[in-house]
Write a protein that binds this ligand. Sequence first.
Ligand SMILES: Cc1ncc(COP(=O)(O)O)c(C=O)c1O
Length: 403
Amino acid sequence: MPTTTPTREILAAKRLDNVRYAIRDLAGLADDLTKQGHKILPLTVGDPITFDFATPPHMIEAVYKAMRDGKNGYCASPGVKEALDAIRGEAERRGITTVRDVFVTSGVSETVDVCLAALLNPGENLLTPCPDYPLYSAILAKLGIELNTYYLDEDNGWQPDLEDIKRKITPKTRGIVLINPNNPTGALCSRQMLEQLADIAREHNLVIFADEIYDKLILDDHQHIPLASVAPDVPIVTFGGLSKNYLAPGWRVGWGAVSGDAAAVAPYIEGIHRLLRARLCANHPEQYAIKPALEGPQDHIAAACKKLRARRDLTVKWANATPRVSLVPPLGAFYAFPRLDIPESDEVFVTELCRQKHVLAVHGSGFGQKPGTKHCRVVFLPNEETLTKAYGAISEFMTARYA
Ligand SMILES: Cc1ncc(COP(=O)(O)O)c(C=O)c1O
């Protein structure tokens, strides 16, 4: 006989209340519109492979060979030696002279997860940027750690607001996250900024997580300076990976390089490795693409930057010509974070824009922003024709809605 006991919902943990991933949350609306037969112009997802960028063939060959050669079992928890040596070599070439440890993870997403979990005790905090790449706040929520955000200063090219950082350091602060080049603003830090940030970390005994996953996607003649190269004594974990510079996000390959005073970072490195051992290992055959990526032909980077520069320029031109929009020109990565002078929330803006014009952008509030300001994030990976159509549609939408 079937019973009629009432359904008792299995509730998710309360600490997940603060886990938001606006980028993917918006996908639901886009899916509904697609099902209704509309074609969506997506300016949301930072996946170059969705557009006219391709993983370099020599990397694909290396993974294919690794699979054929039977590298399909688990590997050592920190990663395969060939890949670790290549990551070390790359760090040294980029001027990081005090690398104490390197390890491979399933994307930088897992590097962040492991590094934050290995550092923070309940009641402690980590300074994260605002606006932020939402993974950081999601992992902090998972760990039950309260957010402590510092502002990126739009009036100063979206550079970290050092005075705000100093104000927000408490006796329980253990570290600072710096995303450079930045997602969502596309900003790039100057050497002076990096030195000042390192001084603060030194003074307060903080670890810096330098998320440099976009470090080769620099759009003008500026140079990306690895934070760890200007502060060899400061405990820094530099994050890198194959997803962006090397156009292989689906392979889920990332890494961390720990630098700083050897004795100071030793216990933390041991903590990281405990977690790495507990999750067995990162994707194995894909790790064989790391050495060919870092040491092989780099032509795809110049080609990608050339495309991105043209698409960034088009984005800036549109922003400059559009009433109610202002934009700090992005210098790296493939994101722009235009400011919107509108009488409603930016969440309503992106939702209505998607409903009416079928252009999908992410609301600034999904990344955090200074109270009273409104933004949206656009990914300028699509080709010029698509971007021109999308920006034209946004302008039309704004004229009709706010004239
Ligand atoms: C700043 C930043 N860090 C980390 C990640 C995650 O990268 P991965 O694909 O290596 O997990 C992203 C992805 O968009 C990112 O923008």
